[in-house]
Design a protein around this ligand. Structure first.
Ligand SMILES: [Mn+2]
Length: 430
């Protein structure tokens, strides 16, 4: 029996208010799509089967290096975080798994598994943390972790990743994501070649410990916390890592980890072509690694990324099953609302990409009809697919309007009374 945090009658009452309008809108859209020989129900089924993992660290209020302004009823530990994640899943039915970050979420794996089971949640990729020092660790990561000049520090960082695999194994995870903050702040501070060689050696040790049915994701990021050079700075380096390590190693693309104006959808296409796309951290950005909500600034870019994913799906690319995860920092919103909205935006981009007439597009590409090719994409993007998204949620037992339903449930006020307020002030990106 799943322990549901939002009362079923709240969802039913909220859905009741919107059911008739949804039926009308869904029928109208169905009629419109039928004129293009698209079966709306088949589309709704596909959308309903598209899932994205929620990051455990996303349900707490984030911050910047300047300050953090906590919200009400912030989760105190991983078990509170899992409850918040279950609310997102209950209302959207798009987020049945949670991605954990160790040591932040460290707890007895049996208790983690039991809590996940009770809430109807599974576990997605594990995330290691060697970009900050844990309270009791012997060697500091101030000057790096997996690529540190000191062998004992590297060994400690490798050991931590092995522990993440062990915990993940006990709770049903099948992947490890490694992102490091290693790099340098001054020209000359580090030898690029030796530093990368040390990183590869450490990653080889982690790769060796990976269970057969696991995947290892390395995540690139252009800059920050190191501001002159970063060891895994871009998709080229990331590809070299995945290629060097072996078949179970893949590249993870965090949408916010590129220079502004980078053609991310093209990077995605390249990684798919060479079978090294491991998955995504969805978010949005304007300037850098802003960790803004997915689809909030550049929804068309999100659509173009999904256009590549659906193209690969359409072509039946062998072994294509990228992991979908959200990685955002919520500074000014209720994190649960941001994650609900983001999960919906991600599904929206997927639904729009499914609407692209791929036969027509290929024809326009082959005949050099640039205008009609781009119009083909725009036609799909301009379609208001909200009735499909809402219907997918409704059919799965979720909310037609998940944010309105969340607000009327009073969940935030309830947990605010149960969870003592956290002091703000200190910086910290989560
Ligand atoms: Mn990320």
């Amino acid at each position: 029996m799943t322990d549901l945090k939002i009362a079923g009658d709240v969802i039913a009452a909220e859905n009741e208010k919107r059911a008739a309008a949804l039926t009308t809108d869904y029928a109208a859209l169905g009629e419109k799509l039928a004129r293009s020989n698209i079966d709306i129900d088949a589309l709704t089924e596909k959308v309903a089967e598209f899932f994205v993992a929620v990051p455990s660290w996303g349900v707490g209020t984030g911050g910047t290096r300047f300050a953090r302004f906590p919200g009400l009823g912030e989760p105190r530990h991983i078990f509170d975080k899992l409850e918040d994640c279950s609310v997102i899943q209950q209302l959207t039915r798009a987020t049945p798994t949670v991605s954990l970050h160790i040591p932040w979420d460290k707890a007895d794996p049996k208790e983690l598994k039991a809590k996940g089971d009770s809430l109807g949640l599974g576990f997605d990729a594990m995330n290691s943390n060697t970009f900050s020092d844990a309270a009791d660790q012997a060697h500091s990561y101030k000057y790096g972790s997996l690529s540190h000049v000191d062998a004992a520090t590297r060994a400690q960082a490798v050991e931590h990743n092995l522990e993440c695999i062990e915990i993940g194994n006990a709770i049903g995870s099948k992947a490890l994501t490694v992102w490091i903050g290693d790099g340098s702040n001054f020209p000359g501070q580090s030898n690029f070649t030796r530093q990368f060689e040390r990183y590869l050696d450490s990653m080889r040790a982690i790769y060796k410990a990976l269970p057969d049915d696991w995947r290892l994701f390395s995540e690139h990021k252009m800059y920050e916390p190191a501001f002159y050079s970063t060891v895994v700075q871009d998709w080229g380096t990331n590809y070299l890592i995945a290629q060097t390590l072996g078949d179970k190693a893949f590249c993870l693309v965090d949408l916010g980890h590129h220079a502004p104006n980078t053609n991310i959808e093209m990077i995605v296409a390249r990684l798919i072509q060479f079978a090294k796309l491991g998955g995504f951290h969805f978010n949005d950005s304007k300037y850098g690694d802003d960790d803004l909500d997915a689809g909030s600034v550049e929804p068309y870019r999100l659509f173009l990324v999904f256009n590549e994913l659906v193209d690969a799906e359409h072509r039946g690319v062998k072994g294509f099953h990228p992991a979908h995860m959200i990685d955002q920092s919520h500074n000014v919103t209720d994190p649960i609302e941001s994650l609900i909205a983001s999960a919906n935006e991600i599904r929206r981009a997927y639904a729009q990409a499914l609407l692209v007439d791929r036969v027509a597009l290929e024809g326009f590409q082959e005949s050099n009809d640039a205008l009609m090719a781009t119009e083909t994409l725009k036609r799909a993007y301009r379609t208001d697919v909200e009735p499909i998204l809402a219907e997918a949620r409704r059919r799965a037992g979720g909310a037609i309007d998940p944010i309105a339903t969340y607000r009327s449930s009073g969940y935030r006020a309830r947990v605010a009374s149960e969870r003592p307020a956290v002091k703000g002030g200190s910086g910290g990106i989560v």
